[in-house]
Design a protein around this ligand. Sequence first.
Ligand code: SAH
Length: 445
Amino acid sequence: MQFEGRAWLAIDAHVRLAADEYSELQACGAFLSDIIIPPRSHAPTGTNVTNRDGVRQIRTATVNRRGAARWKDGGHPWIYRSDVVRPAEGAAGAVHVVDEGGGRVGTALWSPSSQIALRLLSREHVEPDAGFWRARVAAAVRYRESLSPDATAYRVVHAEADGLPSLVVDRFGDHLVVQMLSAGLEVFREEIVAALIDTCAPAGILARNDVPVRKLEQLPEDVALLYGSVPEELEVREGEVVYLAAPWTGQKTGAFLDQRENRVRAGALAQGRALDCFSYHGSFALHLAGRAEHVTAIDSSADALARARHNAALNGTRADRIDYVEANAFDYLREQDASREQYDTIILDPPAFAKRKDSIQAALRGYKELNLRALRILRPDGILCTFSCSYHMSTWLFREMLESAAADAGRPVRWIEWRGQASDHPEIVQIPESSYLKGAVLQVV
Ligand code: SAH
C-alpha cells in the first residue's frame, strides 16, 4: 500500500513540475484559490478577435498529441506549456484548442505566461459568453443546494472541480469572497461577477487576489471590492456555533471553510479536557466547548487569537470554557509532554508543511512530531482529530506517518474514522489537485 501511495503521487515528471508550481494553492485549502479586481488593462475581451471579414472569431491554440490526450476520456483539465505547439496569438482569454491535424480538442482558458497554459472549459468548441458562465456558476450553486449545508458559510465554487478553472467563490452569509487565479479567467471577471449576482443575489462581492500564485500569471496581487459592500467582519453560523470571518484581512478568503464538517464532528466527539492546536480564530475550540469541560486554544498569531476571543464572546456560555494561548504548538506540546499534562481531546490542524514535493521529508518529521506528542499526552480513551492540508502529503503518507507516531508512542491506537475536506469542496477523481485535506480520528485505547 505504501508503494501505491507513492505511485499515486508520481504522475510524470512534467506534470509534477506544474503541480509544484501550484503548491501555494494547495496550502490549506487554497486549491486553485484568492481576487482584487484591478481595472482590466489587457484586451477588453480575450475571447475573440475580429478576422478580415469582420466576423468575430475565437483564437486557436494547437497542442501536440500528448497535450490533446490529457483531455480525452474525462482526463485532467490542464495542458502544459510544453505541449502547446502553436500558442494562441495575443493576450490571455478563451481559445479553441486543436490538435496538429486540425482536429477539435476543446475550449480553454489561455494563460500566456504560466506553465499551465490551457485550462479546460469544454471538450467542444464553444463560445464562453455570459450565458456560459451563468450556467457553470448555477450548476455549482445547485450542487451546494443539494448538500443543504447546516451553515451560512461554505464554498460555492471550487475551481476546476466545478468546471470553473482557477475560480474560487466562498459564501459568508449574504456576501461572497472570490479568487481569480489565472490570467485567462481574469479576462472574464465581468461575466463571472454578473453570473454570481444573478445566481446568488449577494449584498457584496470581494476579490481576495492577494495570492502569490498570481505572480506566475503576471497578475497583480491585491484585494478589491467588486460589487455592493463587504464589511470588515462577517458573522456566520456553523452548526451550533457563530463566528466572525475577516474577508478583507483574514487568511484565505476570511476563514478555513474546508474544515467545516470536521469541526462539527470534532464537537460531537469532544470530551473532558481539550486542546485545539493551530486554532486560528478558534473555530474548532468553539465546537469543542459544547461538550468538553475546558478547552485550550493555541495559535502563534496574536491577531487570530484576538478574533478567537471575540468569537467566543458571541457564543455566550461556551466562552467561559476556553483559554487562549499564543504559542508555537511544537513547543507547547513538548512542554505539556514534559510536565505530564493529560488531555481527553486534541485537535491538530497545522498549516501545509509540504508546500513543495521536495519538502515532504521535512514535513513528515513535523507531522510526526506533533502527532507523537499528542498521542503521548492523551488519557486512555482520549480522542485525536488530526489533519494535513498539504496536497503533496498523500493519504497514504499521512497514514504511514500516523502508524509510525503510534508505534513510537508505544500505545495502542484505534482508527475511528477517516476524514476529508467538506463536501462543498468537491474532489474530482481525475483531478488529484482538487483533494488536499485529509484527516483521521484516532483513539488511544
Ligand atoms: N484550525 C483552524 C485553521 C488553522 S490554519 C480552523 O479550523 O479555522 C493554521 C493556523 O496555524 C494559523 O492560524 C497559523 O497562525 C497557525 N500556526 C502556524 N504555525 C504555527 C505554530 N508553529 N504554532 C502554532 N500555530 C501556528
